[in-house]
Design a protein around this ligand. Structure first.
Ligand SMILES: C[S@@+](CC[C@H](N)C(=O)[O-])C[C@H]1O[C@@H](n2cnc3c(N)ncnc32)[C@H](O)[C@@H]1O
Length: 350
């Protein structure tokens, strides 16, 4: 099964007139950014955590969060209309199943996702989408004057939140990715552009005899090393460098998770070239990304593709585009693993 068969079927061309319900759906789509900003505020102030054990009045929530009481009330009553918290008597708010997804410690918590959407480095880049569409240029670079990775090098708080978000996203999909890959007789896994190594950690947890190499830029490796699980760290080499210049040799398995979609085809070919150089004839490269699905299918790969357009200057790719890219890198796509949830796993050899 490929990515294309898993997504929902969407619109079919129609000659029937637009209905009231179509207009409501469109209105909700247009208003999406307002809701996401409100949810970002709720997430930043940890409102879900504050009402977890019992409902709270808005004045108590304002006291706990240092917020302006009336402004906070206006936001909470609005999101409550969407099922995020329940408004009771006397301006009291209680947790709902939707609000519980924003609890900090919830399984697969969405709190970091809600926060990231409203960060300046995400928000202002998306604000430049029209310019990107008109010029083909990366909005982020136009707004901030340098690319995302240079920005993170000089903005440690933004970098920490981004790396934490990557960790959260990778943890969420790690089990289904691991179910889709066979690591029998693997000794060394090299995670290229591995960030804080969430997938590598999951591999080491599941496979006692595997050793790992976490490879990323110097500032990311410094923070990854200090935050790594103490029980796993002795099995990991932390290597910093530039994957356009070098990729560590000696791996049986190389991981490129959510790395190639950050880059243009030309730059991706340079990374793939370095991976190829590092790989022995028996080594496998696992490219883990959301593929762009078939026309009219709603899929994460298409939305991420626009994120890449405005933020990183890269692109998410269709299966055919990946085949072409790998062919140009003199690498063979052996199969595409169907992870139950999350990204696809492309198994590649020399
Ligand atoms: C989208 S993140 C993916 C992180 C991780 N693979 C994951 O899925 O959680 C891309 C990673 O590529 C790293 N990166 C960017 N430029 C790099 C370079 N020139 N050499 C090595 N890593 C780089 C970034 O620091 C970041 O950690």
């Amino acid at each position: 099964m490929t990515a294309h068969s898993t997504a929902n079927k969407q619109a079919t061309p129609s000659t029937t007139p637009t209905t009231h319900s179509d207009r409501s759906t469109m209105f909700a789509l247009i208003n999406g950014y307002r809701i996401s900003q409100m949810l970002a505020v709720v997430a930043a102030l940890r409102i879900a955590d504050h009402v977890q054990s019992s409902p709270q009045t808005v004045s108590e929530l304002a006291r706990l969060t240092g917020a302006h009481e009336e402004a906070l009330y206006r936001v909470l009553r609005t999101v409550a209309g969407f099922g995020v918290f329940h408004e009771g008597p006397e301006r009291t708010f209680a947790l709902t199943p939707l609000a519980a997804t924003l609890l900090d410690k919830a399984d697969a918590s969405l709190r970091t996702d809600a926060q990231v959407i409203a960060q300046e480095w995400s928000w202002r880049a998306w604000g430049g989408l029209l310019e990107s569409v008109q010029t083909g240029r990366t909005a982020f670079d136009e707004v901030f004057g340098h690319n995302t990775w240079e920005f993170f090098q000089t903005h440690p708080d933004a970098s920490a939140l981004f790396n934490n978000w990557m960790l959260v996203l990778s943890r969420r999909s790690a089990d289904s990715i691991l179910d889709a890959i066979d690591l029998t007789s693997t000794n060394v896994v090299v995670d290229v552009g591995g960030g804080h190594g969430a997938l590598l950690r999951a591999i080491l947890h599941r496979h006692d005899s595997v050793r790992g190499v976490l490879f990323d830029t110097p500032h990311v490796i410094a923070s990854a090393r200090s935050g790594f699980d103490a029980d796993l760290a002795p099995r990991v080499s932390f290597v910093s460098g530039d994957c356009f210049l070098y990729v560590p040799a000696g791996g049986d398995v190389y991981l490129l998770k959510d790395v190639l979609h950050d880059w243009t085809d030309e730059r991706s070919l340079e990374i793939l070239g370095q991976c190829r150089r590092a790989m022995d004839s028996h080594a496998r490269l696992l490219i883990i990304e959301h593929l762009v699905g078939a026309p009219n299918q709603r899929c994460a790969g298409k939305v991420l593709d626009i994120q890449m357009m405005v933020r990183q200057g890269g692109r998410n790719r269709t299966e055919a585009e990946f085949r072409k890219l790998l062919n140009a890198a003199d690498l063979k796509l052996v199969r595409i693993g169907a992870a139950e949830a999350g990204p696809q796993v492309l198994v590649v050899t020399r």
